[in-house]
Write a protein that binds this ligand. Structure first.
Ligand code: AMP
Length: 392
């Protein structure tokens, strides 16, 4: 299939969209409808001239917002819709052509992603109503990690928790890890190689990829496991929940809220979850910002070292996500914490030349890459591939 794909990412009160043309260098119409259902909804985006626009949507819900998005496509009719779906459980090992059976299966995995899957499903239902004749494909954040071997995806917990309740490690950000690892292979000529990838944005995760397959990743049953993130704690002692409940009398809801929304860079610094602000504060001697960056980088390096156990060798390391793409400081600190990996950073390229673009930042030896992620492009690619197979 060789035509535009409308990529939709529905949250509980927002819809991100992008019309992805088949040619990679053509411009994309893209935007974000937010505050849906609040009475003060709005649509922000970029039009075909590259100009930014904002449109008030008032009382709009998901369906109204999608209709407004359709108007903003300037007559460019997509030939398919690709939906980002957070959790595909064990059933979905790759993208799926949407029908009632697939919708029911996504509904059944909602217990594993109670905040995300119902919102994704609301968007999916609205899109099916608006475009009844367009093929729609679900692309799952978890699917790339379904290749994890059992030793990596099982928790050391009683077996019935896995068998009867699906409690295991699933991993997330699969679309991003898939995209940047494939791109690194294509750019480096090291096809079928052994890569570590670090997606460092507001959410952060690491992944070990061998011959194009994810062999381990830092996120688990939920996106809270693993490295420290913008507002999420990442790994803590599993005894912490009981301790906070018994000693401080905290409810489960409060503990969940603190670990997801008040922790990570924000909690450590007492200042912000924004790495740009933290770097500026660190430069003025702010102790909390300095500590937050130290912990953040150390945890990433530790996670990458642990994930290297999944690989038979190491060919290279890829940085992506808002921080991975833009923060020379974080990249340098992480690489310096991994001397035994034999990585040599080209400090000039890392610090001055690369500036968020795609490129190699090592000074020889094992590869170090900065690759801006393209989850929308990857969702469009997987949507096309799935439809081509269905039509073959
Ligand atoms: P994302 O969730 O991928 O959009 O990434 C958001 C994170 O990227 C935030 O912590 C931003 O502060 C960080 N970020 C974006 N641009 C820069 C930059 N130039 N330098 C450092 N961090 C950045």
């Amino acid at each position: 299939m060789n035509a535009s794909v409308l990529v939709i990412n529905c949250g509980s009160s927002s819809i991100k969209y992008a019309l992805v043309p088949s040619e990679p260098d053509q411009p994309r119409l893209a935007g974000l409808a937010e505050r849906l259902g609040s009475g003060d909804a709005r649509l922000k985006g970029i039009d075909s001239r590259g100009d930014a626009f904002t449109q008030a949507l008032g009382e709009a819900d998901h369906t109204h917002a999608l209709a407004a998005i359709l108007d903003r496509l300037e007559g460019n009719r997509p030939s398919a819709v690709g939906h980002r779906i957070v959790h595909g459980g064990e059933r979905f090992t790759r993208a799926a052509l949407i029908d009632d059976d697939v919708v029911a299966a996504i509904e059944r995995t909602s217990a594993l992603a109670p905040l995300h899957n119902p919102a994704n499903l609301a968007g999916l239902a609205a899109t099916r109503r608006l475009f009844p004749d367009l093929p729609q494909v679900a692309v799952f954040d978890t699917a790339f990690h379904q290749s994890l071997p059992e030793r990596a995806y099982r928790y050391a917990l009683p077996e019935p928790l896995y068998r009867d309740h699906g409690i295991r490690r699933y991993g997330f950000h699969g679309t991003s890890h898939a995209y940047v690892s494939r791109r690194a292979e294509a750019l480096s000529g090291l096809e079928g190689g052994a890569w570590l990838t670090a997606h460092l944005g507001n959410g952060c995760s690491t992944c070990a990829v061998w011959r194009g397959r994810s062999l381990d990743t830092s996120m688990g049953l939920t996106p809270l496991e693993g490295v420290a993130m913008g507002t999420r704690s990442g790994d803590v002692d599993p005894g912490l929940h009981a301790h906070l409940a018994r000693q401080l009398g905290w409810s489960l809801e409060r503990i969940d809220e603190v670990l997801n929304r008040d922790s990570g860079l924000l909690g450590l610094s007492g200042l912000t979850n924004d790495m740009r602000e933290l770097e500026a504060a660190e430069a003025t001697g702010h102790a909390g910002a300095t500590l937050a960056i130290e912990v953040f980088c150390y945890r990433i390096a530790k996670s990458l070292a642990a994930l290297s156990c999944a690989l038979p060798r190491l060919d290279g390391l890829v940085f992506t996500g808002g921080i991975g793409e833009n923060s020379a400081r974080v990249r340098e600190k992480v690489v310096l914490l991994l001397p035994h990996f034999g990585l040599q950073l080209n400090r000039t390229v890392n610090g001055e030349t690369i500036r968020g673009r795609e490129g190699r930042i090592d000074a020889g030896g094992r590869h170090l890459w900065v690759i801006p992620t393209d989850e929308e492009g990857q969702i469009a690619t997987e949507t096309r591939q799935r439809l081509d197979e269905a039509n073959a």
